[in-house]
Write a new protein. Structure first.
Length: 277
């Protein structure tokens, strides 16, 4: 099999003329692979622009999913290769995200956004017992919805066809049902502080750093314009989303930045309470 690409959790191989294999790294959770398979099936059946799942396979000590292949390029690659189109591509990213959020997840197939965030926050050992308690209480006060959310939406998980007429959203392992404002907040946190993989080419890394602020600005402005969701609604989710992201295997600088961000937010909440009391 020919290696086509790789990320932190899996490698992508050419499997057949119109199929690719996402082969997860040794030791990766089999339950997580099952989740991605079933969530991908669910959102595909809902008519969303996602790769069709074909089957699960086992290869030596590893597990994989065979997907229908989508011929195209990620938005991240296009943003770096064609910086003159940055505003247009960032708006496209927002429009695609908004379309995902138009579909309700009526049944219990998708896990709850709040439950996922709660479990992740409680696993973060950097937080004290009091911080855990405050974060979970804050999360419980946020709105409850059951809209389809991607949970890891960023420009490297969105693909456009060569002619730009079709798009595809990949990597649904974190798919969930919840509040779209929380899903947008997750994208904000990734775009604001996320780092590209260590094996990313220096030119790509530099291009992303230069483009980061404009992508974030255009994406948020266009999403808010389309959805009618306010910046305040999105901001309300920043705290638990950033706290939950600390459960991931992040580079030390990013983890330290997020931990400080969370603690600054908690301190601001304290100051707001003191001011209003």
């Amino acid at each position: 099999m020919k290696l086509m690409g790789q990320g932190r959790t899996a490698e992508i191989y050419h499997y057949a003329d119109d199929l690719i294999l996402k082969l997860y790294r040794t030791g990766f959770s089999g339950e997580a692979v099952q989740n991605e398979y079933h969530i991908s099936q669910f959102v595909y059946d809902k008519g969303l622009p996602v790769p069709r799942t074909v089957k699960q396979i086992h290869h030596a000590t590893r597990t994989g999913i065979v997907f229908e292949r989508f011929e195209g390029t990620t938005l991240l690659s296009l943003m770096i290769q064609q910086p003159e189109l940055l505003e247009q591509l960032s708006s496209t990213m927002a429009a695609i995200h908004y379309k995902l959020h138009q579909i309700q997840a009526e049944d219990s197939t998708l896990p709850s956004q709040k439950k996922i965030l709660e479990h992740a926050i409680l696993r973060v050992s950097s937080f004290s017992a009091i911080e855990h308690e405050r974060l979970i209480h804050y999360l419980s006060e946020l709105p409850e919805q059951r809209v389809i959310c991607h949970g890891d939406y960023h420009p490297d998980n969105v693909m456009l066809s060569k002619d730009g007429g079709q798009h595809c959203v990949i990597d649904w392992m974190t798919g969930m049902a919840g509040d779209p404002a929380g899903d947008v907040a997750r994208t904000w946190v990734i775009l604001k502080s996320g780092k590209l993989p260590d094996d990313a080419e220096p030119a790509i890394r530099e291009g992303f750093e230069r483009a980061r602020s404009l992508i974030l600005q255009q994406y948020l402005a266009h999403y808010i314009s389309l959805s009618g969701i306010s910046r305040e609604q999105i901001d309300a989710w920043m705290l638990p989303v950033a706290a939950a992201r600390l459960d991931e295997n992040l580079p030390s600088p990013e983890a330290e930045h997020l931990l400080q961000f969370v603690r600054d937010k908690l301190r601001l909440l304290d100051e707001t309470v003191l001011t209003t009391s």
